[in-house]
Design a protein around this ligand. Structure first.
Ligand code: SF4
Ligand code: ZN
Length: 298
């Protein structure tokens, strides 16, 4: 199959572009998304939440070419045989490209790695513990930046939309979109997703063609997750009915303004009485979780 734009061979049958035109298409989609949804301003202090995987390294690399003030921030949860490997790739990438890298670890912040916490609390769901603590650290260490960029792609967003629909959580649906969140507070740094319209497959192809040299590892806890289950089902639907994923996204974007309005009006910003970070309850999820895990007393 030929490239849509020239005579060269297309890199992957369903992408329809040769290597150079695919890279152009990919980067243009990122810049167009940033422009259309006003995700980043020219002089913003940008922090990219990085894991060392293909998504975060791709977005970091693209933003670092165009913006002056880019820092990479990695959270080391302490997942043996996974995060240690992705951090090696990340450190090498940042060193080669002269990007500032900040690494914050669960072990230093909470005195225990995620593996150790889960070993002592086998009934806790890995992704719940990981997600709550990681979000908290990301927010805590991003106060001095204007914008937090994450590497969420179209597949991630389609999964999150379906998970929230299936669990009946419309307030969580209202927080999605290229620009995340509902509440505005000086304590919340704006969060954005420039890879919003690019599929997992496209990000994989881009990182491969750009020779980022990263290993495609999966978190060992991924298979226990509800997200993993939803991911498998959406992929089955996409294979049988191409366009399923983008339709989920497009439909969500159509209804998003009205659900945002509905849930923003009814929400007030409260602050957790323990850690003083913004929270919808009197004690935030992180503090409740740390208390349950016996990592905090109050
Ligand atoms: Fe954390 Fe779950 Fe993601 Fe693993 S799969 S990094 S445990 S959220
Ligand atoms: Zn708290």
């Amino acid at each position: 199959m030929k490239c849509k734009k020239c005579e060269k061979k297309s890199v992957m049958a369903n992408l329809g572009y040769c290597e150079n035109h695919f890279i152009d298409y990919f980067e243009k989609t990122v810049y167009d998304t940033i422009k259309k949804y006003c995700l980043i301003a020219k002089n913003d202090k940008i922090v990219v939440a990085v894991s060392g995987g293909k998504d975060s390294i791709s977005v970091l690399s693209i933003l670092n070419k165009k913006y002056e003030n880019v820092t990479a921030l990695a959270i080391d949860e302490g997942i043996n045989n996974y995060r240690d490997k992705t951090l090696v790739d990340l450190k090498r990438f940042c060193k080669t490209n002269n990007i500032r890298l900040k690494i914050i670890s669960f072990k230093k912040e909470f005195k225990k790695s995620l593996d150790a916490i889960l070993k002592e609390n086998p009934k806790e769901h890995p992704c719940t513990v990981c997600g709550v603590l990681r979000r908290y650290l990301l927010n805590k260490h991003s106060h001095s930046f204007d914008v937090i960029v994450t590497g969420h792609n179209l597949d991630d967003e389609a999964q999150t939309i379906m998970m929230n629909l299936l669990k009946g959580q419309p307030d969580l649906l209202a927080r999605l979109g290229p620009r995340t969140g509902l509440l505005t507070s000086k304590k919340f740094t704006k969060r954005v997703k420039p890879l919003y319209f690019l599929t997992e497959k496209e990000v994989r192809a881009y990182s491969f063609l750009k020779k980022f040299g990263i290993s495609f590892n999966e978190c060992p806890y991924m298979h226990d997750s509800y997200r993993g289950e939803v991911q498998v089902q959406i992929n089955v639907l996409e294979n049988r009915n191409p366009g399923t994923k983008i339709n989920i996204i497009k439909n969500h974007l159509k209804v998003l303004p009205s659900i945002k309005k509905r849930y923003t009006v009814s929400k007030e910003i409260n602050y957790c009485k323990v850690c003083k970070e913004p929270s919808s309850q009197s004690v935030c999820n992180r503090c409740n979780l740390l208390f349950r895990l016996k990592l905090l007393d109050f």
